[in-house]
Design a protein around this ligand. Structure first.
Ligand code: UDX
Length: 434
């Protein structure tokens, strides 16, 4: 195993983090068809923001390439691609099939979250290939922003395989690989269906907790109950715990919505109508939460002639520059569509000006700012839409008050501000569920 060559397909956060960790024990190449992305990694200048990843790459022996011929010498190929369209997976499989010509036996590990039964489909794809491929499903549970920690200390590693002799042998090979840094007790072996469903189930349950707590914010907003006090009470029940109960404007990012949709599709294809409806409710609650917030913003700017709204936070969560399905971006786009004269000044510690221009198609009513002071200056209304730590500690509210115009609304989507303090300074404040 020591001399095995591992090729990780996909130079994104999952592929590069895993590749670096594996390179401590094995000979690892990260392949990506996007040469610009590979060049960025070779220069140790990551194409996206992930805390600590540049340093991890710098200190690792991982090789990066955009030449697919590295696949031929691979003993293990690990798929770490966000397959948003079906043809992407097919293209990757065709590539592996045509490049892998010399060795008689290889292992393919599927780490991407794909529809159930994908591993079986990959197996069928290689049925007529002259060499033998064993397919394993090892779903990745890491989160953006904490990728390195999650990869080094996973809560569990699931390794799914079929029950053939070579399938079990391949499973054992990967157990040995992971056992070099993960305690054996955390490495669980399962059949491939369970492994694939586990990933969908895990993300669905996390999303469901967020939708559940957000449903309570609606009740709190309509009564005198307070979401902070409610979550405190829930979190002290050890059976419930505190994780994923932080109220928000809704969940975002590339995983939860996609995986819920995959789960719903699976239920429908199995004719499990009620189960599908149940999970649809989680998505519907997420939309509802976002729309509730949009309506609040509309209410605060309706009387203002040319409303200027400042937005702190564009990324879908803290510690990432990823704006895919970001609630912040969705809220701004909805307001732009519904209000002819509103304009935005936006800032985010990890989202660039170029990303912002691309995201809003160069819209003149969205102006990128390089810091909080610039963004809030002359605004009527301030939205806190990403839970960055600096928004908790580094905002000088007196200075913000002086630089804003009446009606000086602060709408807080992440329980960031001290509501009473801001009211005493003269702000109008709405905090989700307060
Ligand atoms: C998620 C899963 O956590 C991870 O295991 C999986 O591999 C990929 O999908 P990620 O999308 O990176 O990871 O982010 P996560 O930290 O889970 O947050 C997702 C969204 O939920 C964010 O928009 C976040 O702001 C929101 N969220 C999270 C809440 O609104 N409240 C919470 O209490 C937690």
């Amino acid at each position: 195993m020591k001399n095995s060559h591992v090729v990780v397909v996909g130079g994104g956060v999952v592929g590069v983090t895993l590749g670096c960790v594996l390179s401590r024990f094995l000979n690892v190449t990260v392949y990506d068809r996007d040469d610009q992305r590979i060049q960025r990694w070779l220069l140790c200048s990551p194409p996206f923001y992930e805390p600590g990843l540049a340093e991890l790459v710098d200190g690792s022996s991982v090789a990066f390439t955009s030449s697919a011929n590295c696949l031929d010498s691979a003993d293990i190929v690990i798929l770490c691609i966000n397959y948003s369209v079906e043809s992407d997976l097919r293209d990757t499989l065709h590539l592996i099939s045509s490049e892998c010509t010399t060795k008689s036996h290889r292992i393919i590990v599927d780490k991407s979250t794909l529809p159930l039964n994908t591993s079986q489909r990959i197996k069928h794809f290689f049925n007529n290939h002259h060499s033998h491929f064993d397919i394993l499903s090892i779903p990745e549970f890491l989160s953006q922003g904490t990728a390195i920690r999650d990869c080094l200390s996973p809560s569990r590693v699931l390794i799914g395989c079929d029950t053939s002799e070579s399938g079990i042998a391949a499973q054992n090979t990967l157990i040995d690989v992971y056992a070099q840094w993960v305690p054996r007790s955390k490495i669980l072996t399962q059949n491939i269906w369970s492994t694939e469903l586990s990933k969908l189930a895990s993300n669905a349950l996390l999303a469901q907790r967020i939708s559940s707590i957000n449903s309570f914010t609606a009740i709190c907003d309509a009564t005198n109950a307070n979401i902070g006090q409610l979550t405190q009470s829930l979190a002290t029940d050890t059976r419930i715990g505190s994780d994923y109960l932080h109220p928000s404007v809704g969940f975002g990012g590339s995983c939860f919505e996609k995986d819920l949709k995959m789960l719903i599709y699976l239920c429908e294809s199995l004719d499990l109508v009620l189960v599908a409806e149940y999970w649809k409710g989680v998505l519907a609650m997420n939309d509802y939460q976002l729309q509730r917030f949009v309506r609040r913003v509309q209410d605060t700017i309706n009387g203002v002639e040319h409303p200027h709204v400042a937005v702190l936070g564009l990324s879908f969560k803290k510690d990432t520059g990823d704006v895919r399905l970001s609630p912040s971006v969705r809220i701004i786009k909805d307001l732009l569509a519904q209000h002819n004269t509103v304009r935005f000044t936006v800032c985010d510690p990890a989202v660039t000006e170029m990303q912002t221009m691309n995201e809003f198609d160069g819209c003149k009513r969205v102006h990128y700012c390089h810091g909080i002071a610039e963004a809030v200056n002359q605004s009527h209304c301030l939205l806190l839409l990403t839970n960055w730590p600096e928004y908790h500690t580094q905002i000088d509210w007196t200075a913000v008050y002086d630089s804003m115009h009446e009606p000086r609304w602060v709408l807080d989507g992440h329980s960031i501000v001290d509501v009473e303090k801001l009211i005493s300074l003269g702000f109008n404040v709405y905090q989700v569920g307060h």
